[in-house]
Design a protein around this ligand. Structure first.
Ligand code: AHR
Length: 503
């Protein structure tokens, strides 16, 4: 059976915020050290940044980059990470049971962003685990105040004359999670987040603040957490955060392929909770969503590792969470991107967790090459072509049965209309065995031709890119896709991510 939908410029979801294509650099494993930063590497610049990685980051098209954690931030002392590198202290990182050298810090992070280009924007997370209001204010003053105070002059003395101009701040990380250093109840955290936000706005009323929502929709405190925290912070913050990771459990690939069903319901439920609190407060303000950690992550692998790791061992930049992604993972990943785009009216910040080596689209070898994982391609294509107005896509699709989500559409799709009137359809066929014919009626769009139909699919759904075979999987062009008399016709290969560009 054919899957169908209609596109009409009169029916839109909203404008895509460039911040939807953010990512995340955490002091975790080899994301920073030997990932982003490797002095002595043949491609390293004068600051020790790997230029081969910088090139791939630019190609990926990431915008906002969240830093320095993640769980790491809940033990982070920002002042350890500034000033002369040789004087910076080595510290225990409790979150990842590692030793932190602080050779890469705040100034290096800002330099990294500036080298990526003007599209890269900082998103700085604050430690509300072991620290509080005072340290947040000190960091804000160090980073953003021009000069003439102790902390801003300290930054200048460290060689950073220009303020960092950090606008977007996370008030802690996953404070609902019992694994978080300094974990708090919703009430405790809500009060701390409110007081931190209030004080930060005394320095600069225009800061944009993200309050912690739940670490996943399956947390026992989900929704109640958001409602309690937002009751304390509604007028003081701009965003609430969402985090979600997906992996196949017990070989149930059909449910895994439908992971975006959970992501979309998570978004809908958080929107409902925000708006409920807003209604209770009789507020006209809307809180937007910052989906600042999302990805496919084979989480049980990490849990097994941490349960068996030698407790006396505090390695430096160990190989942690280095998931190697298959074609199937990339299709699920693409479907998660579709879910974010479909909610672009309220999800106005999102960060792919993470950027390099750690559950990442870019991998590196110390002293060796950098390469693209399968997930690199859907992200790069969405970040490039998913700019403009998201059109309202309501699919009429054949379905399949999943253990976790019941009857689910085989087609998952969205479409974005650029400023020049061109339209890009992003579509996933969740069937592992069957091609899916697709027909799209184009109403009032004045589109005449198919520019390109690109697909990521493979006869082997387990195919991956590796150090030995870095280009085993790349997108290919699909022939035979047509646009005639206002109708687009295409065939989506089994288990495929598709980008169909029309003009
Ligand atoms: O991205 C990896 C980890 O996942 C982050 O540190 C944490 O916030 C989340 O649990």
């Amino acid at each position: 059976r054919t899957a169908r939908f209609t596109l009409d410029p009169a029916f839109t979801i909203g404008e895509v915020n460039p911040r939807l294509f953010g990512s995340f650099v955490e002091h975790l494993g080899r994301c920073v050290y030997t990932g982003v930063h490797e002095p002595g590497h043949p491609s390293a610049d004068e600051a020790g940044l790997r230029t081969d990685v910088l090139d791939l980051v630019r190609e990926l098209g990431v915008t906002t980059i969240r830093y320095p954690g993640g769980n790491f931030v809940s033990g982070y002392k920002w002042e350890d990470s500034v000033g002369p590198v040789e004087e910076r202290p080595r510290r225990l990182d409790l979150a990842w049971r590692s030793t932190e050298s602080n050779h890469f810090g705040l100034s290096e992070y800002i330099a990294f962003l500036r080298k990526i280009g003007p599209q890269a924007e900082p998103m700085m997370a604050l430690n509300l685990g072991t620290r509080g209001v005072a340290e947040a204010l000190e960091l804000q003053e160090y980073a953003n105040h021009p000069s003439g105070t102790a902390l801003s002059d300290l930054r200048v003395s460290h060689g950073d004359k220009d303020p960092f101009g950090i606008r977007l701040w996370c008030l802690g990380n996953e404070m609902d999670g019992p694994w978080q250093t300094g974990h708090k109840t919703a009430h405790e955290y809500g009060r701390l987040a409110a007081e931190t936000a209030r004080a930060m706005r005394q320095i600069d009323p225009s800061v944009q603040l993200v309050v912690c929502g739940s670490s996943s929709q399956s947390m026992p405190t989900f929704a109640e957490w958001e409602a309690t925290v937002l009751a304390e912070t509604y007028d003081l913050v701009d965003y609430v955060s969402l985090h979600a990771y997906y992996w196949p459990t017990d070989g149930d690939f059909d449910s895994f392929l439908a992971s975006a069903v959970d992501m979309e319901s998570f978004i809908d439920n958080v929107v409902a909770t925000c708006d409920h609190v807003g209604a209770r407060l009789k507020s006209k303000k809307k809180i937007n969503l910052s989906f600042d950690e999302w990805n496919v992550w084979y989480l049980p692998g990490w849990e097994e590792h941490s349960a068996t790791a030698d407790p006396r061992d505090w390695p430096e930049a160990p190989r942690l969470l280095e998931d190697n992604y298959s074609v199937m993972d990339a299709v699920v990943f693409g479907s998660l991107l579709i879910a974010l785009l479909r909610h672009a009216d309220r999800v106005t910040v999102a960060c792919l967790a993470q950027l390099v080596n750690v559950i990442a689209p870019i991998m590196t070898e110390p002293g060796g090459p950098a390469w693209r994982q399968t997930t690199f391609f859907p992200f790069a294509q969405a970040a490039r072509y998913g700019r403009g107005q998201v059109l309202d896509v309501r699919v009429d699709s054949p379905t399949y049965e999943t253990a976790k989500y019941g009857e689910t559409d085989l087609l998952h799709a969205t479409a974005v209309r650029g400023e020049d009137g061109s339209v890009t359809v992003f579509a996933v066929n969740r069937s592992r065995t069957e091609s899916l014919p697709l027909e799209v009626a184009l109403n009032g769009l004045e589109l005449t031709s198919v520019v390109e139909h690109s697909a990521l699919a493979d006869a082997d759904p387990d195919a991956r890119n590796t150090l030995d075979e870095p280009e085993r999987v790349t997108p290919h062009t699909v022939a035979g896709t047509t646009l005639r008399d206002g109708t687009l016709q295409a065939v989506l290969e089994p288990l495929s991510w598709n980008v169909i560009r029309l003009r």
